[in-house]
Design a binder for this molecule. Structure first.
Ligand SMILES: [Zn+2]
Length: 211
């Protein structure tokens, strides 16, 4: 099964991608990871991508698509894959249409307030990078890293005003993609639930597997 997972930053895409890959025995294809490994392996595409990233500009859609096109030829993608973080633009979605047919697009629909609440509760250890959450994954001693005893901090990315800004950018980029797949009849909306396992149960039902 070829699945695209859409959802705002902090909507829990990574967790659900892991669940689906484990249940269906297909790999997750993340363009972030593809770019990083192409660059570290020094492939032709990786070199081109690095030029853009070193200048601080976005990697062009054609390059991203080319990376995806190569990746999905690999034997582990025979049974399908889960796209995570891709397509990010309507142009990428349209290009993907020319590469393959997609079976399902799962949209993890989580309210902005819930995302802000979730992300602004994150705490990170500045020394060992361990992550915690004040509600769902607190350290044993408040404000202190379990692993190394360092005082925990909040990453700039997790500050509420930064999170709101990222969500606004996300909506602007993603709405056309959501509409694109809705028009093709491929979109399934999964409402994010308060409890992670409840969201996972809805994802399981959508893809037709047992939890
Ligand atoms: Zn630590």
């Amino acid at each position: 099964m070829r699945i695209i997972l859409l959802g705002a930053p902090g909507a829990g895409k990574g967790t659900q991608a892991e669940f689906i890959t484990a249940k269906l025995g297909v790999p997750a294809v993340s363009t972030g990871n593809l770019l990083r490994s192409a660059i570290s392996e020094g492939t032709e595409l990786g070199k081109k991508a690095a030029e853009y990233m070193n200048k601080g500009s976005l990697v062009p859609d054609e390059l991203v698509i080319e990376l995806v096109r190569e990746r999905v030829k690999a034997p582990d993608c025979q049974k399908g894959m889960v796209f995570d973080g891709f397509p990010r633009t309507l142009a990428q979605a349209e290009a993907l249409d020319r590469v393959m047919d997609i079976d399902m697009v799962l949209f993890l629909d989580v309210s902005d307030d819930a995302i802000v609440e979730r992300m602004s509760g994150r705490r990170t250890c500045p020394k060992c990078q361990a992550t915690y959450h004040v509600v769902s994954h607190p350290p044993k001693k408040e404000g202190i890293c379990d692993k190394c005893g360092t005082a925990l901090g909040i990453r700039d990315d997790d500050r509420p005003e930064v999170v709101r800004q990222r969500i606004a950018v996300y909506h602007k980029q993603t709405e056309p993609i959501v509409n694109h797949y809705k028009n093709k009849g491929l979109l399934k909306v999964v409402k994010g639930q308060e409890k992670l396992e409840d969201t996972t149960a809805l994802v399981a039902a959508a893809i037709g597997v047992e939890v």
